[in-house]
Design a protein around this ligand. Structure first.
Ligand SMILES: [Ca+2]
Ligand SMILES: [Ca+2]
Ligand SMILES: [Ca+2]
Length: 629
């Protein structure tokens, strides 16, 4: 459909069956007599077959409730700047002019914004919009807004962007303009550009409040063109655009309303409320892929008059993209993990995968001791295939890796930016926890044969929470004792806990192996554990790979002393006792002569009766082999 120039059409009386008006898609304009006397209003008429009215699709906080087959809805709650209040978002008067056909982003003579005060007639507060498809598949867009001061002449635009237009330089907490890094003008900038196919609906209200005219224009890429104008309220002949004021006092809906002093009210006087609807597919040759809406006021009826207040820009996701990253999970360290990113686009209510080759930037951030080791990233190249791509990585240490994904999806020639910001339908970031465990056994020491010895096995887990390795009180330890160099170990099962079935760790993450050997030699203790850390089964052994200890070795040693010969001698005859001291160090050499310094004390024979000799042997042995723990 080709439309050139301005088509000025007289307002018509309400037709009975029209494309935009009585289309049963939305309660546009005057309705049932039981619905506030048939006035153009905000409340639903209770008849679902007529479609919703504003109060049916938004709650009192302005949340879009969906339903009714709609594509998208958005509610902008702008500040009032009356009675000493300040509106955080007004066109900045100090940054040069701000006009409808100025460039939006830098460089050049662009729009600027900061906080300010505007007259009540130019002060936007509540602006809302709803989009749906009619049975022919046409995009039908409805919008409404409230005016603080309907008695003055005022000039309001509702602009629909395909690109994502937003504010730059706002303080993240307060929303006030904070910084302008681009030029020396006062005020902050906007991001996003006006693109061919964008639409703007301009309404001019007469002194006294009546709707003078409504004109819809399309941006061609260099100028606004293809204007269609409606004079006065009602619909055009083709019923492709309609606009109405409330003809009398109506309920203000479930959300706050304001009077010309900025005070809260609950009903709206005559001409305080305006709503319009149009068939975007019928009016223009291409149905635009709208992502953003913005309300604006002008200082005069001229389309290029200085701009005053604005509301938004808000997402109006008729055309939209979404991104998700998943799954969250827990892995053992060094195991590869894959995040899958899914990117979708929605146009005209139909969701499809993002175009193949859509590049997704996946940022991986390590915390709590993790360290990212990339393995592959097909999101960076070649991008999505069938709407998905994957990133695979691991971490050699316990901790958390967070994945954040962002993409610019090209929909109908427009770039729609999406991130995993947790704002529906986007997912939040995904997190992968890497877990680790360790086992130690000890101590290695030397003991006398026949004395009990204890190996303590200690198990720790690192659940990636930043606390590091902490005792693991649940898990199953198994162990082996291996004899060598002549040892013959025997386990004291009653005193040991590492031999218990099932979970055999105590609250300190420990169990014990109590054993001895009656023969000199070595006993090597080896332990392993299987435990569950955040649902991941980990097996660790005393393999000496840090933080695991090596096996523990217990050396059993022995010593002996003998004195010979026993004999009967004649009184006065000289006699010699031979004392022999042997040690077995458990090194496989068996008993060997003790070093000189370890030889037995020589005693006077008259003081060494037979029982005392045995005691001396015992003392000698105990001096040589101090018991180990
Ligand atoms: Ca209604
Ligand atoms: Ca504002
Ligand atoms: Ca305002």
């Amino acid at each position: 459909m080709l439309l050139i120039g301005v088509m000025a059409l007289a307002a018509l009386s309400v037709p009975s069956t029209r494309a935009v008006h009585d289309d049963n898609l939305f309660e546009l304009g005057p309705g049932k007599s039981t619905d506030e006397g048939g006035k153009t209003n905000i409340l639903g008429d209770g008849d679902a077959s007529n479609g919703p009215d504003w109060a049916n699709i938004f709650d009192g906080s302005g949340n879009y409730l969906g339903g009714f087959g709609g594509l998208a809805g958005t509610f902008i709650k702008d500040d009032t700047s009356q009675s000493g209040s300040s509106d955080r978002t007004t066109f900045s008067g100090a940054g040069g002019s701000n006009k409808n056909n100025d460039p939006i982003p830098p460089p050049g003579d662009t729009w600027h914004w900061d906080s300010g005060n505007v007259p009540a007639k130019d002060d936007l507060v509540n602006v809302y919009a709803y989009a749906t498809l009619n049975p022919a598949g046409h995009l039908i867009i409805y919008a409404g807004f409230e005016r603080l001061d309907p008695s003055g002449d005022s000039h309001i635009d509702v602009e629909l962007f395909q690109d994502q237009v937003g504010l730059v330089g706002a303080n993240a907490t307060t929303g006030f303009c904070e910084k302008n890094d681009v030029d020396t003008h006062n005020g902050c900038h906007f991001s996003g550009s006006r693109t061919a196919g964008d639409l703007i609906i301009s309404m001019d209200f007469l002194t006294g409040g009546a709707l003078g005219s409504a004109t819809i224009r399309e941006w061609t890429g260099t100028q606004y063109s293809n204007a269609v104008t409606l004079t006065g309220q009602g619909c055009n002949g083709a019923d492709t655009i309609c606009a109405f004021n409330n003809g009398g006092t109506i309920d203000g809906g479930p959300w706050p309303n304001y009077d010309r002093h900025g005070s809260l009210i609950t009903s709206l006087t005559k001409n305080s409320f305006t709503e319009f609807g149009f068939d975007a597919s019928a009016l223009f040759s291409e149905t635009p892929c709208i992502t953003t809406i913005m309300g604006k006021t002008r200082s005069s009826q001229s389309f290029t008059a200085e701009l005053k207040d604005f509301a938004g820009p808000n997402a109006f996701p008729i055309c939209s993209a979404s991104i998700e990253i998943a799954p969250n999970g827990v892995n053992a360290i060094n195991d590869p993990h894959t995040f899958t990113v899914t990117v979708s686009q929605t146009s005209g209510g139909t969701q499809t995968p993002a175009p193949d080759g859509t590049i997704v930037t996946v940022g991986l951030t390590a915390s709590n001791g993790a360290s990212v080791s990339p393995i592959s990233d097909n999101c960076a190249s070649p991008g999505t295939l069938g709407g998905t791509c994957t990133v695979t990585f691991t971490s050699p240490s316990a901790g958390v890796v967070t994945g954040h994904a962002a993409a610019d999806v090209i929909i109908a020639g427009n770039s729609v930016h999406v991130e995993t910001n947790g704002i529906a339908p986007n997912s939040g970031d995904a997190t992968k926890v890497f877990v680790d465990a360790s086992i130690t056994i000890g101590p290695s020491a030397a003991n006398e044969v026949g004395t009990p010895h204890t190996f303590t096995v200690a198990v720790e887990a690192n659940s990636g929470d930043g606390a590091g390795f902490v005792p693991a009180p649940v898990g199953h330890v198994s162990f082996t004792l291996t004899d060598s160099n002549g040892a013959s170990s025997s386990l004291n099962a009653a005193a040991s806990t590492c031999d218990d079935a099932g979970d055999n760790l105590d609250a300190l993450g420990q169990c014990t192996i109590v054993f001895t050997s009656n023969d000199a030699g070595l006993v090597t203790g080896h332990a392993s554990v299987t435990l569950n850390v955040l649902g991941v089964s980990l097996t660790r052994s005393t393999n000496g790979v840090s933080p695991n200890s090596p096996d523990a070795v217990k050396r059993f040693v022995d010593a002996s002393i003998s004195i010979t010969p026993n004999a009967v001698n004649e009184v006065g005859a000289e006699h010699t006792f031979h004392v022999t001291v042997l040690v077995d160090r458990g090194n496989g050499l068996g008993p060997v002569a003790a070093p000189r310094e370890a030889r037995a004390t020589r005693y006077s024979p008259t003081h060494v009766p037979h029982p005392a000799r045995r005691a001396a042997r015992a003392r000698s042995r105990s001096r040589r082999t101090a018991p180990a723990p």
